[in-house]
Design a protein around this ligand. Structure first.
Ligand SMILES: [Zn+2]
Ligand SMILES: [Zn+2]
Length: 438
């Protein structure tokens, strides 16, 4: 296998302006300088002629670049704006709906250098960055395979089951069909070579070139989250009912391997209310700064955390977030937990109605204005009068879904001298690290 290329969907507009900074080829013709392609009656209008697809290939892949004018970044964020961006590799333009799609076709090691430079903190250790490089490469190559397999069928994993008593939903990425990945947070934020890459990231990419995680001959679904809370969650408790051998329960520790069965309520209660030893049980700012951006560092309480709502706050919040009018909230009852203690099903008992909701992300979205840190929580009710609690306190563990690599735990492992393959094989149990290409 040679180093594959990835097709990244960058912009979606009726008209695309771009500047070829080196010499590019299209159908044997040499081109450079400013160009404009326009959507026209289901085709691409360029230099007075209509095309179904355009592919501008650089004479020199490693040095020639092009600019895309007015790329929208931060889509749907408050800071959404346009900027000109610069890319290595080829530019492909296709028609989708009533717009043109500008796609960057680029060698995957170059793509990874860009995304990891912008996603990871510059203070991260080399071993942590190497572990992340292998995870990102695994995700990317699995994504490229999927795009080939699904071709034109649209696969969307926002699946759910619904009855009178129960609403169980989970959310997974919707795949792209005409390119492998997009340049936004939906996939991984990518801005080409607009900003300089980090030198230590270049080292981490080069040191792990071509390496991916595999299991039973397939590339692993290498999930990761901020902080597991001391124990790993299993895939089936967060998404579809599928078991992956390498995404299994385990304590996030090498010194203590004993782990209580956190699916049992009494065990989960004890686990969440205490602060058991684990790699991610840290408040060390130097370690946390490797994983979190500055905004996140304002709080260091996510191994164990606490959120308090008054009756009014909670009932209004749940109504606003779910659209279901429970009336006043009488109780929040754990029905099912996963292997990290995360709630898979939570019963909400109100004066108007009672409903069990799940899985973990649905619970987090329902009980917070943004996302609750995690669904691994226990509930204390206080100020009860006439059977109605005046105050609810949620005591919780971890941040994110807790499946696969725990970023804070991995940063601590890096600090403690573990090397990247030890880190990866701690979180992806029984997986292999294979080099797919030289
Ligand atoms: Zn995407
Ligand atoms: Zn952890």
């Amino acid at each position: 296998m040679r180093e594959p290329k990835v097709e990244v969907g960058i912009l979606f507009e009726p008209q695309i302006e771009f500047v070829l900074l080196g010499t590019y080829q299209l159908n044997g013709e040499e081109l450079s300088g400013k160009q404009t392609a326009t959507f026209n009656d289901g085709k691409i209008l360029w230099k007075g002629r209509l095309y179904d697809e355009l592919l501008f290939v650089p004479a020199n892949e490693r040095t020639d670049s092009f600019d895309l004018i007015d790329v929208t970044i931060g889509i749907n964020f408050h800071w959404e704006r346009k900027e000109d961006q610069r890319f290595l590799g080829a530019l492909k333009i296709i028609v989708e709906g009533k717009k043109l799609t500008g796609i960057n076709v680029i060698a995957i090691e170059d793509y990874l250098t860009s995304v990891i430079s912008s996603e990871m903190s510059a203070t991260a250790s080399l071993e942590l960055l190497k572990a992340h490089a292998v995870i990102s490469r695994s995700w990317l190559l699995a994504q490229i395979q999927k795009t080939k397999e699904i071709a034109d069928t649209h696969s969307n994993y926002s699946a759910y089951t619904e009855t009178e008593e129960e609403l169980i939903r989970w959310y997974d990425r919707e795949d792209h069909t005409r390119f492998d990945v997009c340049a936004d947070d939906h996939c991984q934020r990518y801005q080409g070579i607009t900003r300089a890459s980090t030198e230590i990231v270049e080292q981490a990419i080069a040191a792990t070139r071509g390496q991916v995680l595999t299991s039973e001959g397939k590339i692993c679904d290498a999930r990761f989250s901020k902080c597991c809370g001391g124990a790993f969650e299993e895939f089936e408790y967060c998404w579809e009912d599928v078991k992956y051998p390498y995404l299994a329960k385990q304590r996030d520790s090498k010194t203590i391997t004993e782990l209580p069965d956190l699916r049992q309520e009494a065990e989960a209660d004890k686990w969440i209310r205490t602060s058991p030893e684990a790699f991610c049980n840290t408040k060390d700012k130097k370690v946390l700064s490797q994983v979190l951006n500055n905004y996140d560092q304002e709080t260091t309480d996510f191994y164990r955390w606490k959120v308090t709502y008054t009756q009014q706050e909670l009932s209004e919040l749940i109504l606003k977030r779910s659209g279901v009018d429970y009336g006043q909230i009488l109780d929040l009852i754990p029905i099912e937990r996963g292997t990290s203690g995360r709630l898979v099903k939570l019963k909400i008992i109100g004066t108007n109605r009672t409903l069990t909701i799940g899985k973990e992300l649905e619970i987090r979205r329902t009980l917070s204005t943004s996302h609750l840190y995690s669904s691994a929580f226990v509930v204390d009710k206080t100020e009860i009068s006439n059977n109605i609690p005046g105050r609810f306190t949620l005591i919780g563990a971890g941040w994110g879904h807790g499946v696969g690599l725990c970023q804070i735990g991995a940063a601590v492992m890096g600090e403690q001298g573990y090397v990247y393959d030890e880190i990866l094989l701690h979180y992806y149990i029984g997986a292999n690290i294979e080099r797919l290409y030289e």
